[in-house]
Design a protein around this ligand. Structure first.
Ligand code: IPE
Ligand code: IPE
Ligand code: MG
Length: 258
């Protein structure tokens, strides 16, 4: 699968999204409500990841992308950042075998140079081990920012052009091939838990035509049932990609008759 752009061509639409991207928000508030330290919410958040990924496999979703740590999350207290780094290491050590056994390919996107050597090594190993799995691609966005992604893709375009002495190809296709998730179709469904209704510098380019779903449920409470509600909401949407409703209805009738 190579990247296809919803603003260049109209993608196929099905009742189950091919690609779900999630901002897993509300861990801290989940814990505070229970008089627990914020980090207890992060630990429970890993359990929610496991159950949501399993449900996605069962439902035939092909790509799941989870925002685990944003390029702005370094601004948090040092203790919380260190805890999140340790949790990342533990998750990579403990969960990869299970992912592999379930046919899941793991990818990690973001500016990984900011992570220590141990984390970088675990990421490389996990990606290599699971590279040939085809059931579902799980992408973890870590030290990721949508602006970083667009800039790093632009930088690569410019460097490539300089190396070949060609003019820089300033097109959507050329740029999108260098985005961190060039291996995946654009997200069909974007979910944010925890009640906030903002994108927080997630996949800025790739969310151009995603359907947005916001829920007040905190991430540690987001389970298979909550995922079903999000997918049911998605199934009711009419994805027009700039066309009129009448055109979409006519196209759907056409594809049913052939
Ligand atoms: C999301 O939960 C997890 C990360 C950003 C790592 P938060 O930690 O942002 O939880 P709230 O939003 O403070 O409740
Ligand atoms: C977004 O959540 C990043 C992740 C879930 C990893 P934040 O909690 O950091 O977002 P803001 O700061 O409230 O926008
Ligand atoms: Mg938050």
């Amino acid at each position: 699968m190579t990247y296809t752009s919803s603003t260049v061509r109209v993608p196929d639409v099905a009742a189950v999204p091919r690609h779900i991207a999630i901002i897993m928000d509300g861990n801290g508030r989940w814990a505070t409500q229970r008089r627990l330290p914020r980090v207890a919410g992060h630990t429970r958040g890993v359990d929610a990841v496991r159950s949501v990924v399993e449900s996605c496999v069962e439902r035939g979703v092909e790509y799941v992308t989870l925002f685990a740590f944003s390029s702005e999350n370094w601004r948090r207290p040092t203790d919380e950042v260190s805890f999140l780094m340790r949790l990342f290491v533990t998750a990579l050590e403990r969960e990869v075998a299970r992912l592999h056994a379930n046919g899941i390919r793991l990818r990690v996107v973001g500016d990984l140079s900011m992570f220590n050597e141990r984390i970088q090594d675990l990421i490389r190993r996990a990606e290599t081990k699971t590279a040939r799995n085809t059931r579902l691609t799980l992408t973890i966005a870590a030290n990721y920012g949508g602006r970083w992604d667009i800039l790093q893709a632009t930088r690569k375009l410019v460097e490539e052009a300089a190396a070949t002495g060609q003019p820089v190809p300033v097109t959507e296709d050329a740029l999108s091939q260098h985005l961190a998730m060039a291996y995946a179709p654009e997200p069909d469904l974007f979910i944010r838990t925890g009640g906030e209704q903002r994108v927080s510098n997630f996949l800025l380019w790739q969310l151009a035509y995603a359907e947005f779903y916001f829920t007040d449920t905190f991430w540690p409470d987001f389970d298979a049932e909550a995922l079903s509600r999000a997918i049911a909401s998605y199934a009711e949407r009419e994805r027009r990609f700039g066309r009129t409703s009448a055109q979409v209805v006519a196209q759907n009738a056409d594809s049913l008759s052939c």
